[in-house]
Design a protein around this ligand. Structure first.
Ligand code: ZN
Length: 115
């Protein structure tokens, strides 16, 4: 992959990381406000919403880890290679998923997800 392309994807990853950080911070402070309002424990009527917040926060933390990993791969010069078969990941795939670890073939073979 050309370094200009890597640079562009790196920028997108940095923006994504920043956005996740901002959102994650917002979810935390919303929960904190909630907990403060309810005297430490979320009330039953709000518990579903609270749980959803936590699930969203976890998914975003996971994504943030993937983004951080991808930035690390760029630094190590390992970016854009499938971690499984070591082949180049298609550029269109990286455009759609800049933090992809695997090529489309290997990702499909893995049952646990689309990364
Ligand atoms: Zn592969």
């Amino acid at each position: 992959m050309r370094s200009a392309e890597v640079n562009q994807l790196r920028k997108r990853l940095l923006v994504l990381k920043y956005q996740l950080h901002e959102r994650h911070g917002a979810v935390c402070s919303e929960n904190e406000r909630h907990l403060a309002d309810e005297g430490g424990v979320p009330a039953d009527r709000d518990f579903r919403g609270y749980e959803q917040d936590v699930t969203v926060a976890k998914a975003e933390r996971d994504l943030m880890e993937e983004v951080t990993e991808a930035l690390g791969r760029i630094q190590r010069g390992a970016f854009g290679k499938c971690e499984d078969c070591k082949k180049d990941i298609a550029h269109e795939r990286l455009e759609a998923l800049p933090y992809a670890r695997y090529c489309a073939v290997c990702a499909r073979r893995r049952s646990w997800g689309s990364l």
